[in-house]
Ligand binder design. Structure first.
Ligand code: FES
Ligand code: MG
Length: 560
C-alpha cells in the first residue's frame, strides 16, 4: 500500500506518523479500520442554511457505507455551502472560495480520493474545479432535484414560477393570499431546483463529463435510488478511478447542456472547469455546437416539464442515447457508450426524438459586436422570437440601485421597443456578477400587457429566468467596456441570427465619452472580496481567479 498517498501519513514509522495514528485512535477507530486502506474524503456541503442540501448528512453516511464495503477508510469533511437563496450578494462571489477550499482540503490532508457532495448551483462547478486542481481521483454525487410541486391543480417549478407569479402579482392578477400559498408550496422536498436551472444544468454537465456514476444527476433527492447511487459511488471511489478531462469530454458536456436547454451560467462554469483541466475552451465552441445540437429536453423554463418527469422518462442516459457524443472514459470504468447500453426513453414528449426536437438549434447564442468586443450570451430559446432581431433606444441604469429606484417610476421614458441596459453588475461591478440580468419589465408596461423586452447587462441570469436578456457582456462596464459608455437614447441593435450586438454610436463620439469616463470605486478593500477583485477574470474567461488556472504546480505537502 506504499503507493497510496496516505501511506506517507499513516504507513511509515516515525514520530509524525505516530501522531496521525494515535489521533485516529482518539476518534474511536481501530487499526483495522484504516491501516493500509485508501483514505477517502467525503466532502460535504451540507448546511442548515442550504435547503437544497438538507439530505446530505444522510447521503454522506450512505457514501461512507459504500466506502467501508469496498475496503476504504471514509472521512467526512465539511466545506462551505453556497446556498443560492440566502448567500449575498451572490453565490458566484464565493464559487472560487469553495473551489480553493476543496483543492486545499484534498491537498493538505492524507486523502487518496474523494467523493464530492453538492448540487445547489455554484456548488457543483466549485467542487469539481477544486478537485481537478488537486489532482486526486474523485466521484461527484449530485444532490438531486426536488420532486415536482403542485398548487391548486397546477404544477409549480422552483425558480421559474417565482418570476411568473411575481409579475402576475405586480400586474394585479393574483392576490397577496394566493402569492403566499405559492410561497408555501413551491419547494416541498429536499433537493436542488427541479427546473432546468443552473443546478440541473451543472449536475448533468458533470455527469456528461464522466465524473458521476451513470444516471446519477437525474435521480430526485427524495427517491430511494438516490441513496443507492450514493452508496455505489462510495464503493466505486475506493478503486481510485481517474477520468482525465479532455476537449472531447467538455464537448460532450456542452452538447448535453445545449440539448437540455440548460442555463447560461454553464458557459462560465464550463470554461472555468476546463481552465482547471488545462483544456482550451472558448465561447465560440458553445456557439458552434449550439448550431448543430437540437434541443430535446422539454423542461422548464424553456419547456413544459420538471426534472422528476425527466427522470421518469429515462433521465440523462435516455437523453444522451439520442446525442452524438465522443466515446470517452468515465469514472465508472466504462466509456460513455458502455454507460449508455440499454438506455431508453419512455416518454417522447419529455425527451424528444431527434426527428421531433423542440428546436433544431439549441438556442444559446454567443454574440459579438461593438457593445461586446469579448462576447456575450443570450438564451434565445427562452426569449420572444419577435425580439431576436430588434433595434431600440437604450434606457440606461447605472447600477442595480439606480434600476430599483427608477424602473417603476411612471415618469420613466420607456416603451415596449426600448432596450433596458443595466451596467456595473459584472464580475467586479456586482461584485460577483449577480443574477440581475433578467431586468424587471417596468410596471406600467406590465400593466399594459408587455411580458418581454430586450435587456442587456454584464450580469448573469438565473438558470430559471427567461426573456430576451443579453448577458455576460465582456468586458464589463466596471473595467471600462463599451457598456460603460452607453447613454439613454442611443440606438442598440440586437441581431441573434447574425450573432451581433452593436451600439449605433460613432467611434469619435465613443472616444469623446471615454475621455471623460470616470471609473467607479472598488467595492472592498479587505478580505476575500479584495482577493476576488484583485484576481477575478472576465466572464468570457470563466470568472476564475487568474492564479488558479490549471492543476499541479503545488507540490505534495511536506510531513514534518
Ligand atoms: Fe439551490 Fe436552486 S436554490 S438549486
Ligand atoms: Mg439559480
Amino acid at each position: 500500500m506504499k503507493e497510496l498517498r496516505s501511506h506517507r501519513w499513516y504507513g511509515v514509522n516515525d514520530l509524525r506518523s505516530f501522531g496521525h495514528r494515535s489521533r485516529t485512535f482518539q476518534m474511536g477507530y481501530d487499526r483495522e479500520d484504516f491501516a493500509g486502506k485508501p483514505v477517502i474524503a467525503v466532502v460535504n456541503t451540507w448546511s442548515e442554511i442550504n435547503p437544497c442540501h438538507t439530505h446530505l448528512r444522510d447521503r454522506a453516511a450512505d457514501v461512507k457505507r459504500g466506502v467501508w464495503q469496498a475496503g476504504g477508510f471514509p472521512v467526512e469533511v465539511p466545506a462551505i455551502s453556497l446556498s443560492e437563496p440566502f448567500m449575498k450578494p451572490s453565490t458566484m462571489l464565493y464559487r472560487n472560495l469553495l473551489a480553493m477550499e476543496t483543492e486545499e482540503l484534498l491537498r493538505s490532508y492524507p486523502f487518496d480520493g474523494a467523493v464530492l457532495l453538492g448540487g445547489c448551483d455554484k456548488t457543483t462547478p466549485a467542487l469539481v474545479m477544486g478537485a481537478v486542481s488537486a489532482g486526486l481521483p474523485f466521484v461527484f454525487v449530485p444532490c438531486g432535484p426536488m420532486m415536482r410541486a403542485r398548487w391548486r391543480g397546477s404544477t409549480l417549478g422552483s425558480g421559474s414560477d417565482v418570476w411568473k407569479y411575481w409579475a402576475e402579482l405586480r400586474a394585479g392578477n393574483i392576490t397577496q393570499a394566493e402569492w403566499e400559498e405559492v410561497e408555501e408550496r413551491i419547494a416541498s422536498t429536499p433537493g436542488h431546483c427541479m427546473t432546468m436551472g443552473t443546478a440541473s444544468t451543472m449536475t448533468s454537465a458533470v455527469e456528461a463529463l464522466g465524473l458521476t456514476l451513470p444516471g446519477a444527476a437525474s435521480i430526485p433527492a427524495a427517491d430511494s435510488e438516490h441513496p443507492r447511487m450514493a452508496v455505489a459511488s462510495g464503493r466505486r471511489i475506493v478503486s481510485l478511478p481517474t477520468s482525465p478531462l479532455t476537449l472531447e469530454s467538455f464537448e460532450n458536456a456542452i452538447t448535453v447542456v445545449l440539448a437540455l436547454g440548460g442555463s447560461t451560467n454553464a458557459v462560465i462554469h464550463l470554461i472555468a472547469m476546463a481552465g482547471r483541466a488545462g483544456v482550451p475552451l472558448s465561447l465560440d465552441r458553445f456557439d458552434a455546437l449550439s448550431r448543430t445540437v437540437p434541443r430535446l429536453a422539454n423542461i422548464r423554463p424553456a419547456g413544459e416539464y420538471l426534472m422528476q418527469d425527466f427522470f421518469e422518462a429515462g433521465g440523462l442516459r435516455g437523453l444522451m442515447s439520442r446525442l452524438d457524443l465522443h466515446d470517452v472514459m468515465t469514472v465508472s470504468g466504462m466509456t460513455v457508450s458502455e454507460t449508455l447500453r440499454g438506455a431508453e426513453v419512455y416518454d417522447d414528449d419529455v425527451i424528444r426524438p431527434r426527428s421531433n426536437p423542440l428546436s433544431v438549434e439549441a438556442g444559446l447564442a454567443v454574440l459579438h459586436g461593438s457593445l461586446a468586443p469579448d462576447g456575450c450570451v443570450i438564451k434565445h430559446s427562452a426569449a420572444d422570437p419577435s425580439l431576436w432581431q430588434h433595434t431600440g433606444r437604450a434606457v440606461v441604469f447605472e447600477d442595480y440601485d439606480d434600476m430599483s429606484a427608477r424602473i417603476d417610476d411612471p415618469a420613466l421614458e420607456v416603451d415596449a421597443s426600448s432596450v433596458l441596459v443595466l451596467r456595473n453588475a459584472g464580475p467586479l461591478g456586482g461584485p460577483g456578477m449577480p443574477e440581475w440580468g433578467m431586468l424587471p419589465i417596468p410596471k406600467k408596461l406590465l400593466e399594459a400587457g408587455v411580458r418581454d423586452m430586450v435587456r442587456i447587462s454584464d450580469a448573469r441570469m438565473s438558470g430559471t429566468a427567461y426573456g430576451t436578456c443579453v448577458l455576460h457582456v465582456a468586458p464589463e462596464a466596471f473595467v471600462g467596456g463599451p457598456l460603460a459608455l452607453v447613454r439613454t437614447g442611443d440606438e442598440i441593435v440586437l441581431d441573434v441570427p447574425s450573432r451581433r450586438l452593436d451600439l449605433l454610436v460613432s467611434e469619435e463620439e465613443l472616444a469623446a465619452r471615454r475621455s471623460v469616463w470616470v471609473p467607479r470605486e472598488r467595492p472592498a478593500s479587505r478580505g476575500y472580496t479584495q482577493l476576488f477583485a484583485d484576481h477575478v477574470t472576465q466572464a468570457n474567461e470563466g470568472c476564475d481567479f487568474d492564479f488558479l488556472h490549471g492543476s499541479g504546480g503545488v507540490g505534495e505537502p511536506a510531513i514534518h
